[in-house]
Design a protein around this ligand. Structure first.
Ligand code: KG4
Ligand code: ZN
Length: 381
């Protein structure tokens, strides 16, 4: 580990999916600028991210977003010591736009450059200094605000990944469990679609669940004896409930010959919005789904932290914005739970700069030939 100066300043870029982001972070922890141009409105009409649209929009947004981030530095470029960008995992076209822009800036300015793993950067969001740490748990005292200390357990829950990792030091990861099918965020998004709650699904399901009363219980895939997860059965269970409900509703509203328009076969791929469902019932389903997900995630994270003597659990990734998950994990874990403020849970570049700081400190630097790796694994350079 080389000792970087306390004021070592990194400009970072993140374009792995549908947010064009640039940030300036000093000393690996102090966020001087964090600019995110979201493409959510553009993708909403398609019900999900369209890769080509994302790449084109990144190209349009990158220069203004970087300019805005640099404006936080009185000396502008003169105050930047190094550049970082996400090079995987993510959408290849989207990753390419940010990686190439970052490499070009570094080459032009003669600055060191490093590529960062997107999953690692989500974890490093917990190293950033943030005023509202602890928000959402009602238990601020469990997180001192100091940098986390190893060994740590990271629960990474995003749109594309769900995993439990043990960290023994910076960049030293052992994957202890992961999803065998859908990622948690993906399950939230699909269930939101099945329930007609719109896009993006995670926040919509959380909001709907808030008002639920008398919700039923949905199954949990415990996969006993392993720290792996599975969420596709739960998603299908919601789909079956929706189909049963619609069948009941249509029997009530359209009496006809027995068997006509009979029972729908489950079609998980259809995932079409369901406008005919009443909001009270939808809220109950959203609640039941969220409880099932939160129960399994928090039980396994708490167990694995206990087993490995972790000093803390880091909750990372877009689904870490879920207030129910934050509160329940803090309640169940024997050790402090670290989660970034909500704004730093979903994709941003401040977390990329935080991860890059420790890579530079370890002497890492990427060559100009660094390419994107759409399926980059945690722990791989
Ligand atoms: O980390 P992220 O921004 O992008 C990826 O790297 O995938 O995560 C996006 C995912 C989406 O699936 C979104 O629905 C989910 O995070 N998400 C949430 C919440 N906010 C975002 N899921 C549950 N509750 C939330 N409040
Ligand atoms: Zn992400």
């Amino acid at each position: 580990m080389t000792n970087l100066p306390d004021d070592f300043t990194i400009l970072a870029v993140e374009t792995s999916c549908d947010e064009t982001a640039a940030a300036v972070v000093r000393g690996g922890r102090a966020v001087l600028a964090n600019v995110v141009a979201s493409q959510m409105d553009m993708h909403r009409r398609y019900g999900g991210v369209v890769p080509e649209v994302a790449s084109r929009q990144h190209i349009l947004s990158l220069a203004p977003v970087v300019q805005e981030a640099l404006a936080a530095l009185p000396g502008g470029w003169a105050d930047v010591d190094a550049i970082a960008a996400t090079h995987g995992p993510g959408l290849s076209g989207a990753l390419l736009t940010g990686l190439n822009a970052a490499k070009a800036m570094a080459w032009q300015r003669g600055l060191p450059f490093v590529g960062v793993n997107h999953l690692e950067s989500h974890i490093y969001a917990s190293w950033l200094e943030a005023g509202d740490r602890g928000q959402g748990t009602g238990d601020r005292g469990r997180d001192s605000g100091d940098p986390p200390e190893f060994p740590l357990i990271a629960l990474v829950v995003s749109g594309g990944h769900t995993l439990l990792a043990l960290l023994h030091g910076h960049g030293d990861y052992a994957i202890l469990g992961q999803t065998r099918d859908d990622a948690v965020g993906e399950a939230f998004d699909k269930v939101a679609r099945i329930l007609g709650l719109g896009y993006p699904g995670g926040p919509a399901v959380q909001k709907a669940a808030e008002g639920a009363q008398g919700a039923p219980t949905l199954p949990r895939a415990w996969l006993r004896g392993s720290y792996d997860f599975s969420f596709s059965g739960l998603k299908t269970a919601v789909l079956h409930k929706v189909q049963e409900r619609q069948e009941q509703n249509s029997r009530l509203t359209k009496p006809g010959p027995k068997g006509k328009g009979g029972r729908l076969e489950p079609q998980p791929s259809a995932l079409s919005p369901q406008p005919s469902l009443d909001p009270h019932w939808v809220a109950q389903m959203a609640h039941a789904f969220q409880e099932s997900v939160v129960d399994v995630l928090t039980a396994k994270a708490a167990d694995v932290a206990r087993e490995h003597g972790a000093t803390a659990i880091i909750l990372a990734g877009g689904v870490a914005a879920n207030t129910r998950l934050r509160a329940e994990l803090a309640r169940r874990a024997d050790v402090p739970v670290r989660f970034p403020p909500i704004a730093l849970c979903t994709d941003n570049a401040a977390m990329v700069a935080a991860a890059a700081f420790y890579r530079f400190a370890a002497g890492a630097q990427s060559g100009w030939d660094l390419d994107v790796t759409p399926n980059l694994k945690l722990g791989a350079a």
